[in-house]
Design a protein around this ligand. Structure first.
Ligand code: XMP
Length: 312
């Protein structure tokens, strides 16, 4: 039986040994994995740990200010770096999912390499969890945050050693540790969001305009499923188009979004959530009403396997 109290005690000791007196950086996204890593690191390393939030332009609505507020409440200093243009430039023209992940990973770690150098740090604390490693090993998809498993030497390539205190845990265990650390419910209950963010939720090329659209639809889906005990709920903007009718009754060859809501414990398997017809209709009406270029809303009923949770 997993004991979060014992885990915290052991990991704080482990972090002190692993990092020693070296300066370190942790990049947070507001999710439960990175926030838990940052708090464990803060307990173990204190002033020797700097917390940064990389605003890559691929996050959900209001995320940068939400994350800053959480850390402010925890009494931990956080620095926000807005680097969205660099991310969009790195992703420009890329359409293949694995190529997009590679481009994201490279610019993400390059930015972190510059930040760690500037801060005089030689370690990067990162909230990689077991599912990230297992799925990459199985060859399902290369999670953006696994470097060692795909043969990248972070010290040589980016100038820092990667330290991963949560790498043997699954999501539900990380949530238990977050609770043990006294983190607020909005952190320990936070629904997972992939590192490369909305870049994986627009099929095809990642442009600021397409990302903005999926961000808007994502907030609608999240708001309308807030009371549901699902594991994840989001929207994906398709590349294909479909015929619709605009307000004037004219043909509108518009965009398609897929709504994906799943139940899962550890992200290794998942089932589509049985939303009520009323919820689905409300989601559809809000999407086409609030984002006029969208003419069709589809609901994904695929389990994992054979599908994965994300589309890319
Ligand atoms: P899949 O799509 O593989 O997703 O069933 C399983 C869980 O992992 C998240 N996911 C990612 N997280 N980097 C991440 O940090 C990634 O590249 C990535 N791809 C998928 C996904 O949202 C789900 O919770």
């Amino acid at each position: 039986m997993f004991d979060p109290e014992e885990f915290v005690e052991n990991k704080v000791r482990w972090l002190k040994d692993e990092v020693g007196g070296r300066k370190s950086v942790v990049a947070v996204s507001g999710g439960v994995d990175s926030t838990t890593t940052a708090v464990l690191g803060h307990i173990a390393l204190g002033k020797n740990l700097d917390v940064v939030f990389i605003d890559d332009g691929l996050m959900r609505e209001g995320e940068p200010s939400r994350v800053s507020k959480i850390f402010e409440q925890l009494g931990i200093k956080i620095e926000v770096r807005k680097v969205d243009e660099r991310f969009f430039a790195a992703l420009k023209g890329k359409t293949d999912p694995e190529e997009k992940r590679r481009a994201f990973r490279d610019i993400f770690y390059r930015c972190l390499g510059e930040i760690t150098k500037e801060m005089g740090a030689s370690c990067l604390l990162q909230g990689t969890i077991a599912a990230d490693i297992v799925e990459t090993r199985k060859g399902v998809k290369t999670q953006h945050n696994v470097l060692e498993q795909i043969g990248i030497d972070a010290v040589q390539e980016y100038g820092f050693k990667v330290v991963e205190p949560l790498k043997e845990l699954y999501k539900h265990e990380v949530r238990a540790v977050a609770k043990e650390l006294g983190l607020p419910r909005e952190v320990f209950d936070r629904r997972p969001f992939p590192g490369p963010g909305l870049a994986l939720r627009v099929i095809g090329e990642v442009t600021p305009d397409r990302v903005e659209k999926v961000r808007k639809v994502t907030s609608i889906v999240e708001e309308e499923t807030a009371e549901t005990s699902c594991f994840q709920s989001f929207a994906v903007l398709m590349q294909d188009r479909a015929t619709g009718i605009d307000a004037e009754g004219d043909r509108n060859y518009g965009e398609i979004v897929v709504v994906r809501v799943v139940d899962s414990v550890d992200a290794m398997t998942a089932q589509p959530t049985r939303l009520s017809w009323e919820s689905m209709k409300k989601i559809e009406e809000r999407i086409v009403g609030e984002v006029p270029s969208i003419v069709r809303v589809l609901y994904d009923i695929s389990p994992k396997p054979p599908a994965t949770i994300e589309f890319e």
